[in-house]
Design a protein around this ligand. Structure first.
Ligand SMILES: [Zn+2]
Length: 257
């Protein structure tokens, strides 16, 4: 943990400090060595929150874009008595979960149900080489261009028109995306198809927005075209995402490997 209570005050670890866990009240000891990032060590072998994930430099770099008051906020559901520590909670009440590891779908669903208004920031660096962004731009999934046009990945990005294939949609007339390149550009907001070898399925089943961080200045938000359903990603500037949620983008932390 980055935050423990010391005499009731949210405090970062410093050598020799003793505090308590803000969730369960158990003792926490500041660990300030040279091997691991400075952190509070929870009494007992495991953290009391089953959803807690050991923190890496990557977690800390994301938190550091946001003011301290938003870090590690304890949330309590009065109806169920459940209590969890959100990685970040913005002033507008949105939870940002900074997640390195995949998890069972049941846990994903439980966390989404508990936090409700939330997004996932996922560490994509472990599967960066399995993920390939297709270069062709695509229209926004809500764009009216899609009333008629259906895109998919064939030999490059191709499309067919509902209006041209009403009689036999099982065998459609295909076009190359370049044919309507200027229309696509008009409706382009950073969307692309992708190829993901051995995808982490759990992230495709999320209801809350999933934004994958492969390092660099952008995150890839998983999006979906409807009817027929197809996944795509939207490239979003980290700076825009962070500033929109009340943080300030600290460029020096993006180099974290
Ligand atoms: Zn605890």
């Amino acid at each position: 943990m980055e935050i423990a209570l010391v005499e009731g005050t949210r405090t970062r670890p410093a050598p020799g400090l003793k505090g308590s866990c803000p969730r369960c009240g158990q003792a926490a000891v500041a660990k300030c060595g040279s091997q691991l990032i400075w952190h509070w060590s929870h009494k007992g072998r495991r953290h009391c929150d089953p959803w807690w994930e050991n923190e890496t430099e990557w977690h800390r770099a994301w938190k550091a874009h946001f003011p301290d008051r938003m870090h590690e906020v304890v949330l309590f559901d009065e109806a169920t008595g459940e209590k969890h520590i959100a990685d970040l909670k913005t002033d507008r009440g949105m939870v940002i979960e900074i997640q390195h590891s995949a998890m069972p779908v049941e846990e994903l669903k439980a966390r989404e149900a508990f936090y409700k208004h939330m997004i996932w920031i996922v560490d994509g660096r472990p599967f960066r080489t399995q993920f390939e962004l297709r270069p062709e731009p695509l229209p926004h999934p809500d764009s009216q261009l899609l009333d008629d046009v259906v895109f998919f990945e064939g030999l490059g990005t191709v499309f067919w028109r509902r209006s041209e294939n009403e009689a036999n949609p099982a065998m459609v007339l295909m076009h190359k995306a370049e044919e309507i390149g200027s229309q696509i550009q008009e409706h382009y907001q950073g969307h692309h198809f992708f190829k993901w070898k051995r995808p982490r399925e759990v992230w495709l089943q999320a209801t809350a927005p999933v934004l994958i961080d492969f390092g660099g200045h952008e995150v890839y938000r998983i999006c979906e075209y409807q009817n027929p359903s197809r996944h795509c990603v939207q490239l979003i500037q980290k700076r825009a995402l962070i500033e929109k949620n009340g943080g300030s983008y600290n460029e020096s932390s993006i180099g974290v490997k």
